[in-house]
Every structure is written in C-alpha cells, then in structure tokens.
Design a protein around this ligand. Structure first.
Ligand code: AMP
Length: 250
C-alpha cells in the first residue's frame, strides 16, 4: 500500500500508472465517489484499492479522527479531543465537528483528479451539507457505492479484526490469520485491534448505522447515484464488482 499519508491522516492521490488497471484516463472524468455501508463491510480496504488504482484522493473521516486521537493532548483542539471520546465509545461524532474536519480537506475535495469519501457522510445533515457544498462548487457526484453485507457477517468480521499499524492491511483472527501472531504478513508491522472493535462499541456502532446512516441509501437512490455492491467475498472480488458497478455509471 503505497498511498502517501499526510500527517493528519488524509491521503493524497498516487501515481496511478504504477498501480493495476483500470487507469483514471479510462474513465469519463474525475471520479467523485462516496463509499456507504455499515462498519466492517470493508470500505477502508476498498477505499485503499480504489484510490490507488483510480489515482484519486482518499478521505476517510475515521482515519482522520484516529490520527487526531494519536496526537498528544496539548496538540488537540477541544473539539477534536471531544470527537476522540465519541469515537472510542462507538458513538457518532457531532455533525458540525465532522463537517469542519471534512472542509479542512479542501484541496482534495477540489482536486481535478477527484476524491473518494470513506465513512462520510453518515447522517442526513452531513449528506445535505456535502450536497450544498458540491452544488455550490459545481462538483458533480459520480456515484455512491453502497456495500451490502448480512449483519451476522459484519459482527464476525469486526470482533476478530486486526489491522496493521504500518500499512493498514486487514487480518482476522480466524478467517485471515497472519502467519505470525501479531505481525503483518505484508510489511512486518505490528497488528492491533481497534479501540472500538469490542462487543459494546460494535453494538453501538451498528445501532448508529441503522438509525443514522441507513436512511442515506434512500437519499442517494432519489438522487439517482446509488450503486449497490455485494460486499461478501475477498477484497479483489469486491473490488471487481465495484468497478463493474462504476463502469455501468460511466
Ligand atoms: P470508521 O473508521 O469509519 O469506522 O470510523 C470510526 C469512528 O469515527 C466512528 O465510529 C465515529 O465515532 C467516528 N466517525 C467517522 N466518520 C464519522 C462521521 N462521518 N460522522 C460521525 N462520526 C464519524
């Protein structure tokens, strides 16, 4: 994974010519994408693959909050310190804090190569703020990929998930165990369990998804941009389905 991560957790586009197909020039224009779906469906993994291979900016609000959480207390704004508390508990961060954070990614949002939003928007007010901004700035939204997965599979994935601290590769204690416990097969980095991948936080996150995020499916269906994708399967299988769904919209 050779994304260039800025200090704050945002990721700039790659040299897509070095990555696998398809290449950005094969597409109609800049892609402006949103990845929707419950926690654990693999948005982060697909976000990495899509941003690498399409050469677009990857904006993950979860990564931005985690990067803020890793900063020393004195380097955090009060709003950010509060956001980190919500995140650790599994609750959604207040809309105004999330929107401020997203607006800080102005260069990526206006980038001529396009962007991919992973984990944002998660509530109707966030979706409306984004829509008003994009309408005002004349930035057309290409597609909203909605990753679908049964809830039992989601709980299984989240409860055994381990992530590489260095390259963000995702493992699972039974489904995809690393060769050496606690060590990433890809880069030798340390594997960790996310603070919010515990049973209590998982239940809160899934309830937040059902209550606040699922209504966005209808919101984007009404706008004619929804692209549902079955998220069960390997990362490459899901990636291939995503590309088919995007090509159908190109
Ligand atoms: P994620 O990595 O996308 O699962 O996000 C991790 C956590 O960050 C979430 O459980 C929320 O606490 C917080 N978060 C990330 N994105 C948002 C958002 N768009 N709205 C509210 N909270 C968010």
């Amino acid at each position: 994974m050779n994304n260039e991560t800025k200090g704050n957790g945002a990721v700039q586009p790659h040299d897509a010519s070095a990555a696998g197909s398809p290449r950005p020039e094969e597409f109609r224009c800049a892609w402006r994408l949103i990845l929707l779906g419950a926690p654990g469906v693999g948005k982060g993994t697909q976000g990495e693959l899509l941003s690498q291979r399409l050469g677009i900016c990857h904006i993950s609000t979860g990564d931005l909050f985690r990067a803020a959480g890793n900063r020393k207390g004195s380097e955090q704004t009060p709003a950010m310190a509060e956001a980190v508390k919500y995140m650790r508990h599994g609750d959604l961060v207040p809309d105004s804090t999330v929107w401020d954070l997203v607006r800080e990614q102005d260069d990526s949002l206006r980038s001529r190569v396009g962007f991919l939003l992973d984990g944002f928007p998660r509530t109707l007010p966030q979706a409306e703020l984004l829509k008003n901004f994009m309408d005002q700035e004349k930035l057309p939204l290409g597609a909203v990929v909605d990753y679908e997965m049964p809830e039992s599979e989601i709980v299984f994935r989240l409860s055994g998930r381990r992530i590489c601290a260095k390259c963000k590769a995702v493992f699972h204690v039974t489904w995809r165990p690393p060769k050496n416990e606690g060590v990433c097969d890809e880069c030798g980095g340390r594997l960790y369990r996310r603070d919010d991948d515990n049973p209590a936080s998982i239940a809160i996150r899934l309830e937040a998804y059902r209550h606040s995020t699922a209504p966005l499916i209808q919101f984007y269906r009404n706008l004619g941009v929804l692209a549902p994708v079955n998220a069960v399967g390997s990362a490459e299988e899901v990636y291939a389905r995503t590309i088919v769904a995007l090509e159908a919209r190109a």
